[in-house]
Design a protein around this ligand. Structure first.
Ligand SMILES: [Zn+2]
Length: 357
């Protein structure tokens, strides 16, 4: 037996979530720098300043992260004396801004706090950063032992962000439940894995229940209860599940056929530039359910996809069955499906796909 630790970030959510900053951050010092994306910073700046006014926390600088989450962008931030002299880093924005700030904070060994401004992914609450090359192509997953000390989720800011982020984020998040639970099927799991797999259910239920209303409210700029529940599923639950099921860099349970479909289709010319990850993954859930011969689950999720406007057929994502057939070797070899309860075959995939043509 060896020792190990589990680290999961805490969170505050609500229209005045930033008001909690002094209480949550003072323990770590006084000087904070904000790193973020341009739009995110514009949306959050005044609220951040108002929240620390009359407190011990002083915001000593605002820095734009750049345009891609790269080691180069992180290094440029690390070279700023204001950043080096800060006691803590506030990471504000979507996945790339937050991940760049994480790269810099962890390299500088500074505590960091996250302030997601869109409902899109779990970057704010997970210990993984996705690093890109400066040209925007994928470089590597960077796994850390550290997470944000606290996640501050301002629902008014989320409600004013473009709803397309939420829409695609829902597709990616529901997949988490179907992929994690299928990857772990029939296994006896130790504490943290069992927690993660059980918790993954909460990546699906609130979104199926509240997703349609949340999208409607996001379009109307309304910070409703439904939007809040969906934000928690996309940002917090998915982050916690990822951390629990991929502890010790063990990614065995963290993927499935929906992601394998997306990554294999990316080998078709131009596919990744013209398709949104979460939208294709949300469609991939239907393929995985048919492969798994779960008719009831398939009917339920097809109905859900229709209700919120996610695709229900290959033609809707502009892919022919011939093109799918071409990428099947990549799909079967994808690391996301290496820990499945059974081996994927071409026949299984094509039989399922014919019902989604
Ligand atoms: Zn994904």
């Amino acid at each position: 037996m060896t020792n190990y630790s589990i680290i999961i970030p805490s969170y505050t959510i609500g229209p005045d979530a930033y008001r909690e900053i002094p209480r949550r951050c003072s323990l770590y010092g006084e000087k904070a720098v904000v790193i973020g994306g341009e739009k995110a910073m514009a949306a959050a700046r005044e609220k951040l300043l108002a929240a620390v006014k009359d407190s011990r926390i002083e915001i000593t600088g605002f820095f734009l992260y750049g345009t891609e989450a790269t080691f180069e962008a992180a290094a440029a931030l690390e070279a700023e004396s204001t950043v080096r002299e800060a006691d803590m880093i506030f990471a504000v924005g979507g996945g790339k801004a937050v991940d760049t700030a994480k790269l810099a904070a962890i390299h500088l060994e500074k505590p960091f706090f996250t302030f997601p401004t869109i409902v899109s992914n779990c970057a704010a609450a997970s210990s993984v950063a996705i690093a890109y090359h400066p040209d925007g192509s994928f470089r590597e997953f960077v796994h850390y032992l550290e997470t944000a000390r606290h996640v501050f989720i301002d629902t008014d800011i989320l409600a004013r962000a473009p709803y397309e982020y939420l829409w695609a984020g829902i597709g990616d998040t529901v997949a988490k439940y179907f992929e994690v639970s299928l990857s772990a099927r029939g296994e006896e799991l130790e504490h943290y894995l069992a927690l993660g797999v059980t918790m993954s259910r909460m990546c699906m239920d609130p979104l199926v229940r509240y997703g349609e209303k949340a999208i409607e409210d996001n379009r109307a700029g309304k910070a409703s209860y439904e939007l809040e529940q969906c934000a928690l599923a996309v940002i917090i639950t998915t982050g916690w599940v990822s951390m629990l099921v991929s502890r010790r860099h063990n990614m065995l349970y963290n993927g499935g056929a929906a992601h394998a479909l997306f990554y294999s289709l990316c080998s078709l010319p131009g596919f990744d530039r013209t398709h949104i990850h979460g939208v294709v993954v949300g469609f991939g859930v239907l393929l995985q359910l048919l492969i798994d011969q779960d008719e009831e689950g398939f009917e339920k999720m097809r109905d859900f996809n229709r209700r919120i406007g996610l695709p229900v057929s290959f033609s809707e994502i502009g892919v022919t069955l011939e093109e799918l057939d071409q990428v099947i070797p990549q799909m079967i070899a994808d690391e996301d499906v290496q820990h499945f309860p059974y081996r994927l075959t071409r026949e299984m995939i094509m039989n399922a796909a014919r019902r989604l043509a």
